[in-house]
Design a protein around this ligand. Sequence first.
Ligand SMILES: [Zn+2]
Length: 233
Amino acid sequence: MTLREEKDRQNSALLPPGTLRAKRVTLLGAGGLGSPAAVQFAGAGVSLTVLDGDTVSLSNLNRQFLFTAADGGKPKAALAADRLRAFAPDCDFTASCAFLTDDNAEQLLAGSDLVFLATDNNDARFVANRWCVRHGVPFVCVGIAGACGTVYLYRPGETACLACCWPERESPDKRTLAAAAGAVSSLGATLALRALCGDFSEAGNLFLLDTKTMTLDRLPVKKAAACPVCGGN
Ligand SMILES: [Zn+2]
């Protein structure tokens, strides 16, 4: 059995076999929320474009396990793609060591079947949101503050977009429990893999994971009355 056939067999626990072949996810952010999802996507046989303009920093290494303590100062995107190639030689990985802006979004996000928003940079999240709405591409947005996280799947033309529902303020908690980031990221990756296979049954629900109380809440999100990005309802 080839590596690809073996991945299909494992994926069939949840996903129709063969549906993930030739799919490409653009990963926005290769940090604490991006690293776990990147490995989950590659493990499922999905090709990735990794976007991150940052370099590896000691303060984030507790949760960015694609990197080592010897990688300080090196560009995250290129390094992540290298590590992922070794992990999943059946997939294709490209990297852009750049910050996403409205000026480069057309070039950097082209060819995405889904965009995974795993950055803590709100400006970049909203750039990706606008591009996804404009091009009818789904996205999953994950966030983390301390020990609590959020996951949201956007379905083009149907659910609320980020501009409808997401606060633009920064998180008040600058600490991140690595295990919570991993849980939120993997939950988001699961929703993304399902969406890539055509299952949008959880689109439009905001999932709130609290690892202090070990609870997962699901809140339906409504479109804004007159959203400037998606038009609202
Ligand atoms: Zn909207």
